[in-house]
Design a protein around this ligand. Sequence first.
Ligand SMILES: [Zn+2]
Length: 312
Amino acid sequence: MSTLERTQLTPSVHAAVQSRTGTGWSNSGLVAAGGGLVVDSLYDVRLTRQLASLYAEVHPDAPRRLVNTHHNGDHCWGNQVFAGAEIIAHRGCADRFADFTPERAEMIRTMADPPEAMRSIHEEWADFDFSDVVLTPPTMVIETDTTIDLDGVRVDLLYVGPAHTEGDLVVHVPDEGVVLMGDVLFNRCTPIGWEGSTDNWIAALRRVEELAPEWVVPGHGPVCGLDGLVSSRRYFEAVRDHARASYAAGETVLESCAGIDLGEWSRWDEPWRVAANVHRVYRECAGADWDTSFDSGAVMADVEELRRRLGG
Ligand SMILES: [Zn+2]
């Protein structure tokens, strides 16, 4: 199990952070001003109710706004708990909102004898319950950077996708030096992305670095500062440069992974996800665009193989 804790970072901003960093154990935030703005719900209804009661300790009224940083379920499948809130997201999140459904996830989670390819996700989902999740999509779709005034507290929704996904938003509270990153930042756990591109992800991290925030709330992992952004950007730069050389040398993705020296990043949780990041660079080397569809089954098979080799 994971524990969920709320921490007040600045006069208006609270972070709710999970003790675990693996698949689905995501973070959230609250800007307690102007009726309240929540950044991301959690993976299921039980967890998100727990989140809502942590926020009610400091903001007893139901929050009026909820921002979804992107469409992955661990950031929006608890939306129904904030019924009545305006749900704000980028077009790229709204369009993909129902791409993968809680019904399908619950089916895989509760399989009696999952096939080999689904075994690890089946185990990772054991502690969640998707049976009562009702997809609750955005009600306010934005196309570009958008500023909201919460009774004098300025909140900037910055569109930085497609990096981790097409619809990536980060939430900046400039006067309090806080940025809530969604999955554009994984801190102390290895990032993994879907549609998007390596260079866009690097550019997204650079853009936020230039804001010089004091507090950075990642989508997964502990709260950090500028150092977390820099470390993640350098990870992507190192993986990109290594994978480009491997691609030019005709190596397979797993051969490339065997030759990469991840240094400090090898101690991050789930280091085997590097296989997915190398796959992404290989697709880019082959000329794929950010939204070219790909065989995610083949990618995850290599991630699983690397997990086995690393003893995870
Ligand atoms: Zn996530």
